[in-house]
Write a protein that binds this ligand. Sequence first.
Ligand code: BG6
Length: 490
Amino acid sequence: MGNFVPVDEFDLIIFGGTGDLAMRKLLPALYHRDRDGQFVGDSRIIAASRSKHSRKQYLELVESALKSNLDEGDFDAEQWKTFSRRIHFTHVDAYAHDSWEALKKLLSGKEDRIRVAYLATAPAVFGTTAKGLKKNGLITKKMRIVLEKPLGHDLKSACEVNDAIGKCFHENQIYRIDHYLGKETVQNLLALRFANSLFEPLWRRGAIDHVQITVAEDLGVGNRVEYFDKIGTLRDMVQNHLLQLVCMVAMEAPSSLHHDAVRDEKIKVLRALKPIGPDRVRENTVRGQYSPGAINGETVDGYLNELGGAESETETFVAVKLEIENWRWSNVPFYLRTGKRMTRKHSEIVVQFQDVPHSIFPEQQYNVKPNRLTIRLQPDEGVKLSVMAKQPGPGGFDLRSVSLDLSFEETFGVQYPDAYERLLMEVLRGNPALFMRRDEVEAAWHWVDTVIESWESSRQNVESYVSGTWGPSASSLLLDRDGRSWYADK
Ligand code: BG6
């Protein structure tokens, strides 16, 4: 791992401090960064919550969460002692005017240090919390606010959240999280594309046949089922994570790594997405919902069983054929799919190059396979380039597709940090490049809203798929119709 550069003293207030995200992701990430010496002086983590706890009770909750969420052997009693000194707890009910006093007292006199408000709460409370911070004079010069997804459930509600926050904070103080942007391999896409000259001349129509993006999960919806049923996979995964991946693959080279230079290029991709109206929606999208099945030899319930037997048309799987209307990508389809309870947890981007224009190996003509660049996001992050090679031997000319395969973990000899570690450090450093700007979120909703309206107006039903498979058969057909197939399934 790179060297660890400490960040200046800070106060990080986590609203929703007793919630699932804080316990499962944020506190373990902060524990690791503190362990590696990146927090100096009296930097503090202040958990704020509607529920009431003493500091001692809260620390007990955190200790047990760390023990169950950190990797085995990662919890160290001495390190916990150091880390726990940084943690404070305060009760805040954003809706109650008189409940901010304790937080005000804690923060008083610390106006010069970096201050971050991390809203790990329901988005319905975002605006009220921002208002509370402003009204109570808690917004300082070095303040940043972090918003967790979901940012709205459509364009209108996203604009409302953005407006409410925008009344209290400048755009450059607002950090909208998409944790996929904190994944090492996603950032490595920038390195792959823009720190190598090899790919750029080929990174376009004429050389690339199509792109596939698969984000498959083996887990089901679990205890989020009630919440998820109002959302579905298009809003939960495609609007943010998958479209961000599309942007990273398809954007033009930014003129620098400056946050606005990168985001200016991403927004152009989002604005160039061809809308999928009612006339094209059946042909270009698939909605699926998992039924009972087996994963890793274990039988699992279907989505409707998890919902307690209720009826539901909410999708847990989406596949889309996407087109980007610009010179670089015209007529190069991007096939995206994501779903829960699929065969295994597996995320990758496959860039398939075109066939050779003429084969000089007539007997082998069916064996000459197009080159493919596979970027593995998880597990076993890495990059693989498939090339054709001659099979060794004195007679004939047998061709085989072989791989130049780079596993990042093996090459760099480190375990990859969780995306939240990176993102929290970027917030503390004041670098919003890995966060979504307002216009990006709204452009993504604009495209997603059209798909949802098209599903509704064309009454496109969800298709059932057996848990433990790669999704409904219509997802294979989506590519089959174009003479292609999903690589991850092979
Ligand atoms: C979240 C979604 O944003 O991403 C979840 O709300 C999903 O439904 C999760 O499970 C997947 O993240 P990862 O990092 O495990 O691929």
